[in-house]
Design a binder for this molecule. Structure first.
Ligand code: ATP
Ligand code: MG
Length: 243
């Protein structure tokens, strides 16, 4: 089946300075891909390049076969790219419910109720805190709220930058399970995770970045068993079978 996203030879960065160099990959429909790389490798910048939130110097980005390079982030959002950036980024003085209502803004009014019910069923934690000010949620909970706001619009491609940061192990497992079920419904997911092992377990594919360049790409299981990845990102616990 045709790729949902095609990134071809993209060089991107900030203020005229390239951070991502000559980067190419494609994402298959309904797949989960983990982006792996050390701090400052350019993972967030690559996500911003896909969303149009940094400078693209060359190359092309296509969504469902159509070039989107020239489009600003909100046009990419309307076309089906949902981006949940790293860190807390919602409206802290508004309640959880008000944030979610805000997330419905590109939907028609008659679609709001069904979208809100669908997303609240996915994240019972939010249901329990609807009247709470978003700023009083933990960092991890705020990230879940932000993800829920993006999911209200049923994106075709979901970009998740560190979705489980600051979550308890139990909630991390819930977030991973939700990611799997979202992908099973046909949404394509690109995720950056500090929990590399957990992310690889739910991923189909993995891409490893080093200093803004693609270092390795392959099936998640193969990348997980690669001794270089084991040593650098998985604590070096290479089992006998994988050496
Ligand atoms: N808004 C910005 N303006 C200028 N330089 C930036 C900006 N954001 C990031 N950078 C630089 O781009 C490089 C890559 O940063 P990026 O945030 O993409 O890395 P990352 O892989 O997501 O790291 P981390 O794991 O710490 O989140 C770094 O050298 C960083 O200083
Ligand atoms: Mg980052």
């Amino acid at each position: 089946m045709a790729s949902v996203l095609e990134v071809e030879a993209v060089t991107a960065g900030y203020a005229g300075v390239p951070i991502i160099h000559d980067f190419s990959f494609a994402l298959a429909p309904g797949s989960i891909t983990t982006l792996i790389g050390g701090n400052g490798a350019g993972k967030s910048t690559l996500m911003r390049a896909i969303y149009g939130a940094c400078q693209q110097f060359s190359g092309s980005v296509k969504l469902l076969g159509q070039a989107i390079d020239q489009l600003p982030p909100w046009e990419r959002y309307k076309r089906g790219i949902g981006f949940v950036p790293q860190g807390r980024c919602n409206f802290p003085r508004m309640t959880v419910w008000e944030n979610l209502k805000l997330g419905c803004y590109i939907l028609e009014a008659r679609q709001h109720d069904a979208a809100l019910q669908r997303v609240l069923a996915m994240f019972p934690m939010l249901q329990a805190k609807l009247k709470e000010k978003a700023g009083n949620l933990s960092g991890g909970e705020q990230q879940i709220l932000e993800t829920a706001m993006v999911l209200l619009t049923e994106p075709k491609l979901l970009l998740l930058d560190e979705p489980s940061l600051g979550l308890s192990p139990k909630t991390q497992a819930e977030v991973f399970a939700i990611a799997r079920s979202i992908a099973a419904s046909g949404v394509t997911i690109l995720v950056v995770e500090q929990n590399v092992h957990g992310a690889l377990l739910i991923s189909d594919t993995a891409i490893v970045l080093e200093m803004g360049r693609k270092f390795l790409e392959g099936p998640a299981a193969a990348v997980m068993n690669d001794p270089r990845i084991q040593n650098a990102y998985l604590g070096g616990n290479i089992s006998e079978e994988t050496v």
